[in-house]
Design a protein around this ligand. Structure first.
Ligand code: HEC
Length: 104
């Protein structure tokens, strides 16, 4: 019985860890005002984060490309509306948000 309980607990660990990352990513994206122009499922001013994840799913440089784009801003990948630069956001926040976006 004890054995079975700990197995169940172990099996749940990845699920809990995943939920925590999801929450952190969304919280940071909201804190940095990303969600004023983006949504997970639909195009707002910028592309949906699901569309971004799909576009870069086979790109090994995705994290670096997106990091640069968010830091420097720019247009031309999804249309002519520019994304503003984010020079003030912390590296830690940006990396967490990018991992969250790519996992949508
Ligand atoms: C003022 C509106 C606006 C805000 C705020 C904004 N974005 Fe964007 N974002 C855009 C637009 C517009 C594009 C499309 C740019 C293009 O076509 O190259 C974009 C593109 C992107 C892309 C795809 C980049 C690419 O080159 O494929 C990512 C990832 C992204 N945004 C993440 C974020 C994150 C993370 C934040 C918050 C730190 C954020 N955005 C805040 C408007 C915004």
């Amino acid at each position: 019985m004890k054995f079975r309980t700990s197995l169940t607990a172990l099996a749940m660990l990845p699920i809990l860890a995943h939920a925590a990352t999801d929450e952190t990513g969304l919280r940071l994206a909201k804190q940095n005002a990303c969600m004023t122009c983006h949504a997970v499922d639909s195009h707002v001013v910028g592309p949906s984060f699901k569309a971004v994840a799909a576009r870069y799913k086979d790109d090994p440089n995705a994290s670096a490309v997106l990091y640069r784009k968010i830091r420097m801003g720019g247009a031309g990948v999804w249309g002519q509306t520019p994304m503003p630069p984010y020079p003030q956001a912390s590296d830690q926040d940006l990396h967490a948000i990018i991992q969250w976006v790519l996992a949508r």
